[in-house]
Ligand binder design. Structure first.
Ligand code: IPE
Ligand code: IPE
Ligand code: MG
Length: 239
């Protein structure tokens, strides 16, 4: 595709990705599902570079959901170790690219301490970077995030009449994160799977049949082009 087709003045500020289809990518090749997760690393880094090329300021990727604990223990263990090793192997590279790494999700007892440590180190190392924020949704659930926000409000003793959309938004995992303009899901599934339920209220949703390990920056560019063809009305009428 021709990059010139993309209107540089209307780049989505925030793109969210559901990185799906790793298991099927591996299975069709006669490989164990975990090989699909490993192959997804290249797709992630290509998407990050593509987003930087476009000037996207926020990229959020769904790496592990609160429902993914239902998977076989071996696969869960693999995903924990894989994310841990990815962070330790590649945080310097992301740092050099000017990417600020953040995490969204629950830090509960099921997440191994060593994984939490890598997450903290990656966030600490990159916290002053300004080019783009890469938020990794890990042990993330959209409903859990809303529950956690409401719990925080109650714990603060906020009066019911003071609870409004702004108050809830201020208690989400990252109150500074703008709502995604665009959500891309790979692998042909047309669902949200508990991703960013609050934040996706008015996002443009794009679904592609490409399996995540095959996803490259060109697919991201295609999605941005499609996004730019859409007419966002936010409940109003065209002016
Ligand atoms: C997405 O790929 C990665 C995670 C959920 C961690 P899947 O593992 O869901 O792959 P499919 O959907 O089974 O093909
Ligand atoms: C969503 O994919 C979660 C991640 C990509 C991390 P799933 O593969 O878990 O979603 P379902 O089960 O198809 O809804
Ligand atoms: Mg899946």
């Amino acid at each position: 595709m021709d990059l010139d087709q993309i209107d540089r003045r209307r780049i989505p500020v925030h793109i969210a990705c559901v990185m799906d289809g790793n298991g099927r990518w591996a299975t069709t090749r006669g490989l164990p599902r975990t090989e699909g997760h490993a192959a997804g690393e290249e797709a992630l880094f290509d998407a990050v570079e593509g987003a930087l090329e476009l000037g996207v300021k926020w990229l959020t990727v769904y790496a592990f959901s609160t429902e993914n604990w239902r998977r076989p223990p071996d696969e869960v263990r693999y995903l924990m170790r894989f994310n841990e090793s990815l962070l330790s192997r590649r945080r310097n590279e992301l740092h050099d690219l000017g990417v600020r790494i953040r995490f969204a999700g629950r830090r509960d007892w099921r997440v191994p301490k060593s994984v939490l440590r890598q997450m903290d180190e990656a966030a600490e190392l990159t916290k002053r970077n300004k080019k783009m924020t890469l938020t990794i949704a890990f042990n993330y659930g959209g409903r859990a995030e809303i529950v956690d926000a409401v719990r925080a409000l109650v714990a603060e003793g906020v009066k019911p009449e003071k609870i409004d959309e702004k108050a809830i938004a201020k208690h989400l995992y990252d109150p500074t994160m703008p709502d995604p303009d665009l959500m891309v899901r790979t692998s042909g599934e047309h669902r949200i799977s508990n991703f960013l339920l609050w934040e996706l209220a008015y996002s443009e949703l794009i679904f592609t049949d490409v399996l995540w390990p095959d996803f490259r920056r060109e697919h991201l560019f295609e999605a941005v082009l499609e996004f730019q063809r859409r007419d966002r009305r936010f409940g109003g009428v065209d002016s």
